[in-house]
Structure formats: structure tokens, C-alpha cells
Design a protein around this ligand. Structure first.
Ligand code: ADP
Ligand code: MG
Length: 234
């Protein structure tokens, strides 16, 4: 495939010929695609297709076996270990299983992101955390602990945690797969509103219903191979 000129103002993610092997398993094979800034981009495909692996490459939980990838101006193959936290701070990540810290309050789960980013003013932290908790409808539960919340509520907190640092990009790996339809709809709508405020969203799903709700671009993965744009999307 021909490499298009790269414009970092326009392209937030570029994967070119990216492969990832786990021993004998080809989790991703020669995957190539771009995501533009301000897209709402879907990665769809059945279970085992390589969707989570692809996300993990983007936030550097895994390293690609070969290929070339740029995320928000950073070349993932060349990134130094001490730059990884900087990349992660520019991303918001939402997982299928929420991954909240169970023995910290809702407020602290979200506030930790700002503290790690070096924001020292307690007032700034309080204002920003309460503002995003308000957006996701969880402000009145700010002192609750995650195990006392429903799945949908925990995921709303996880979305708040992803949004609080004003990231340029939110990666959401099957964020609605563990939720009932009503809670799933609410989470999806929160991502839509983050998108409308200018955040690029990349979301994986095996649920074609979500795809039908619209996006700006997509790829379909099958057995680690990118089978082109998903027809439900464009
Ligand atoms: N850490 C790992 N070690 C070995 N194999 C893995 C690992 N992570 C994923 N895989 C394999 O890679 C393939 C893609 O997995 P995954 O990315 O989780 O797919 P999806 O998220 O689309 O369900 C599967 O065959 C899976 O078993
Ligand atoms: Mg997965």
C-alpha cells in the first residue's frame, strides 16, 4: 500500500504494516490505517480478531513486532521508556472491565489522573473532577467506592477519568460490552458528547448495533487482518 504524506495536524494515528505476534499466534498482521483528528473511529471484528491487542499497541502496553506507528505525533517504535507516561497522559483509556481502584473513592479515582499529571492546586483538581463527574451524572456519588456502584455507574466514572485530563484522544476497548442496553447507550452517548467537544474517539466493538449508530471511519479486523472499512459505517 502506498504511504500517504503525513500531516501531524490532520492525522492523529497512523499504523503502517503493523504486525504483532505472541509466539505462534499472529494477533495482528500487516495492519495499515489512519485516524484523522476529530474522528469517531470504530475498530470492529469478532472476538479474538486482535482488537484489544491493537489498542494495547496504541497505549504501549504491548510493543509491535514490526511496522510503523505514530500516535499523536509520537513514533511508537522510537519512543523512549521515559516518554511513555507522557504519551499516556495525552490519552484517555476506557476498558471493558472499568479498572477503577476499588479502595479509592470515585473522586480520587478521577483526581489521581490530575495529580499524576503534576497539578498541585487542590482547588483546580476539585473543580475539574467535579466538572467531569457532573458531565457523566456521577457528581452526587463522588465519595462512593467503586464496588458499591453498578457496572454502568462504574463505567461512567471510568469515562470521567478518561476525560478529566482533556486528552486529544480517547481509546475505548469494548466499553459497553459488560453493560445492559440502557447503560451501554448512556456510555456511548458520553463518548459522542466528548467527540462533539473535539476529542478524537477510537472505540472497539464486536456489536454491530453500535456501528449502526454512526461514526466517521472504521476498520474491520478478522484474525488479525484488516479487512478494510466496515460497510456499516461510511
Ligand atoms: N498476551 C498474550 N499472549 C498470547 N496470546 C495473546 C495475548 N494477547 C492476545 N493474544 C491472542 O491474540 C489474539 C487476539 O486477541 P485480542 O486482541 O484479545 O482479540 P479481541 O480483543 O479482538 O477479542 C487471540 O488469539 C489471543 O488469544
Ligand atoms: Mg478484546
Amino acid at each position: 500500500m502506498k504511504k500517504m504524506p503525513f500531516d501531524p495536524e490532520r492525522t492523529i494515528i497512523r499504523l503502517y504494516d503493523v504486525s504483532k505476534y505472541f509466539g505462534e499466534t499472529d494477533a495482528l498482521v500487516n495492519v495499515t490505517f489512519d485516524v484523522c483528528r476529530n474522528e469517531f473511529f470504530f475498530i470492529s471484528g469478532p472476538s479474538g480478531a486482535g482488537k484489544s491487542t491493537l489498542m494495547k499497541l496504541l497505549y504501549l502496553e504491548e510493543h509491535m513486532s514490526s511496522g510503523y506507528a505514530i500516535v499523536d505525533g509520537m513514533n511508537l517504535a522510537r519512543i523512549r521508556r521515559n516518554q511513555v507516561p507522557m504519551l499516556r497522559r495525552r490519552l484517555g483509556i476506557v476498558f471493558q472491565d472499568y479498572k477503577l481502584i476499588p479502595n479509592k473513592s470515585v473522586f480520587d479515582n478521577v483526581g489521581l489522573v490530575l495529580e499524576v499529571a503534576g497539578i498541585r492546586s487542590r482547588k483546580t483538581v476539585r473543580d475539574r473532577v467535579m466538572d467531569v463527574l457532573e458531565k457523566v451524572g456521577m457528581a452526587d456519588r463522588h465519595d462512593a467506592f467503586p464496588p458499591t456502584l453498578s457496572g454502568g455507574e462504574q463505567q461512567r466514572v471510568a469515562v470521567a477519568r478518561a476525560m478529566v485530563g482533556n486528552p486529544s484522544l480517547i481509546l475505548a476497548d469494548e466499553p459497553t460490552a459488560s453493560l445492559d442496553p440502557e447503560a451501554a447507550e448512556m456510555i456511548f452517548d458520553l463518548l459522542v458528547s466528548a467527540h462533539s467537544e473535539g476529542t478524537t474517539i477510537v472505540i472497539t466493538t464486536h456489536d454491530r448495533y453500535l456501528l449502526s449508530k454512526g461514526c466517521t471511519g472504521s476498520i474491520y479486523l478478522k484474525k488479525g487482518q484488516c479487512e478494510g472499512p466496515d460497510g456499516a459505517c461510511r
